[in-house]
Design a protein around this ligand. Structure first.
Ligand code: ADP
Length: 394
């Protein structure tokens, strides 16, 4: 028997029905997009949502987009919502394809440039007299890794398309606003018109968010109030925590699994404490190990983090990891190490307990070594590794 009634409700991709403590942000978004209602086609709205990891940026944008489309439908205005993660779709071309896919538009598989795809999208909207709100999530990645002309194209769309009715509006989700300071002023002005900040959650706010999840994910009365209080307090920004709702929900889930493993019919504060220290301990051991790495092994770790986040898989053929590693080297302007040296780094990373290796099964053609991280590729970890790489490069 399990305390969990429906674990999928604790999944990071699950979209809850309510968003406690983000109602005001939903309102701010509605106000920012009022031009689409009042004078459709007159302007291309741009809003930046910024805030730390786990402050509800993604989920709020998604819920807003759906609700807004629904709301304007009653007034006879057709709005579609598209949400693209720029870390997963890492080029302008992949981003435009993803937008087309979400509009259920089929694009010929080869031969078109991103600009041409965008033109097809625009003509499609024109034909149906439709508008689209595009959220570019983790836009920091796009800004940091794209050629200036691609950034220019996407944000100055209407200088390029030369059309009168503006049908495309954007929500840019940017974790770190300082990314914007490296941009050209004209480009920056096209992005940062309206900035909505998502503060880290306070303890009481996390408590409400967690209680909502307890109700839908656990059986009645199986989670003690103390357990929820403990998780909220330890993560609450006003109590010295990170204010991260994702981490709080993850802790709640692990507490549930620990209660199950111990055969307890109820999740107690002790289970919550164990879950919390387990998550912290894992994180701190890994962070500690990473501090000792040199630049190139660190880049290999970063390559694995990128692949795990992008493809939502656990393990990757060594060749794929090397390709991603070479790409990172190119971005940083450093010479990639040769294969034999890379192999030696992998061996050391394995000895340090940072990566696992295994041989691919018989099903795959040829035998290859598969690599995986021994820890989840969390946003915090990604940030930490990125920071270490920055420091090592100089
Ligand atoms: P961010 O994009 O800022 O990193 P997310 O939107 O991915 O954060 O939120 C992280 C997790 O926390 C998701 O599972 C999300 O559903 C949940 N969450 C965040 N804010 C709220 C809220 N106000 N109410 C309910 N769930 C929330």
């Amino acid at each position: 028997p399990s305390v969990l009634k429906d674990g999928s409700k604790l999944n990071p991709d699950y979209i809850p029905e309510r968003l406690p403590h983000r109602e005001d942000k939903l309102k701010e978004l509605t106000i920012a997009f009022r031009d689409i209602v009042n004078d459709p086609g007159k302007s291309s709205v741009r809003v930046v949502i910024t805030g730390r990891t786990g402050t509800g940026k993604t989920v709020t944008a998604r819920i807003f987009g759906k609700a807004f489309a629904e709301q304007v439908k009653n007034r006879g205005i057709k709005v579609e919502y598209a949400h693209v993660n720029c870390h997963r779709e890492r080029t302008l071309y992949l981003i435009t394809l993803k937008i087309a896919e979400q509009l259920k538009l089929s694009i010929p598989p080869r031969g078109l440039s991103s600009q041409e795809v965008f033109k097809i999208i625009h003509e499609y909207l024109e034909r149906r007299n439709m508008y689209v709100i595009i959220t570019l999530d983790e836009f920091d990645y796009f800004l940091n890794s794209s050629p200036p002309e691609d950034i220019y194209f996407i944000v100055r769309l209407y200088d390029e398309l030369a059309v009168n009715v503006k049908r495309v509006s954007y929500i840019f989700i940017i974790r770190d606003l300082t990314t914007l300071s490296s941009l050209d002023k004209t480009v920056r002005d096209h992005i940062a018109r309206d900035i909505i900040e998502f503060p880290p959650y306070k303890s009481n706010e996390l408590y409400d968010i967690l209680q909502d999840r307890v109700k839908i994910a656990f059986y009645d009365g199986t989670v003690s109030d103390d357990a929820v209080r403990f998780i909220s307090d330890i993560n609450g920004f006003d109590k010295g925590g990170s204010g991260n709702a994702r981490l709080s929900i993850e802790t709640l889930e692990l507490a549930g699994r620990i209660a199950d493993a111990e055969g307890s019919p109820i999740v107690t504060v002790e289970h919550a404490k164990k879950a919390n220290s387990r998550l912290n301990e894992e994180a701190s051991i890994i962070l500690d190990e990473l501090n000792y790495l040199e630049l190139h092994p660190m880049l290999l770790v970063k390559a694995l983090i990128n692949l795990s986040k992008r493809e939502k898989k656990e393990s990757f053929p060594i060749g794929e990891v090397e390709d991603e590693y070479s790409r990172l080297c190119e971005l940083l302007g450093v010479e990639p190490r040769r294969h034999t040296q890379v192999f030696e780094y992998m061996r050391r990373l394995k000895l340090m307990g940072i990566i696992n290796t295994q041989q691919s099964g018989k099903g795959m053609r040829g035998r290859t070594t598969l690599l995986s991280l021994t820890f989840p590729a969390s946003q915090e970890l990604d940030d930490y590794v990125t920071k270490l790489i920055g420091a090592l490069k100089n």
